[in-house]
Design a protein around this ligand. Structure first.
Ligand SMILES: [Zn+2]
Length: 114
């Protein structure tokens, strides 16, 4: 964990603090409007690697309060399996929705829980 900067007032804040002592803005609050982008397919990943990466991404996005994930899956085996993983994540209530990106079947947009 490293120190962070308040997205509202710019104050440098020690890693142990979860909100700004000056203006009370929560750490990661600015991430809600941001999209976490990750490629899980183009570095020689096996199916197991990709599934593990996705799990880590979902954890990170939830912890750091991201609004969305843009997941690059390519169009091969990983892309065909990812629906099953994301259906499981939906069922486990870890995400609120997902869909293929318009005009790009190799990318998926995941909406995180509010
Ligand atoms: Zn602040």
């Amino acid at each position: 964990m490293s120190d962070w900067q308040c997205g509202n007032c710019g104050m440098e804040i020690p890693a142990v603090e979860q909100s700004c002592p000056k203006c009370d803005t929560a750490r990661f609050s600015e991430n809600r409007r941001q999209t976490l982008v990750a490629d899980i397919a183009h570095d020689g990943q096996t199916l197991a690697d990709a599934e593990h990466m996705l799990d880590k991404l979902l954890r990170q996005a939830a912890l750091e309060n991201y609004g969305r994930i843009r997941l690059i899956t390519g169009r091969g085996l990983i892309h065909r399996e990812v629906d099953r993983w994301l259906d499981a994540a939906l069922w486990q209530d870890r995400i609120s929705d997902y869909r293929a990106e318009d005009h790009n079947p190799g990318a998926i947009l995941i909406s995180m829980k509010p």
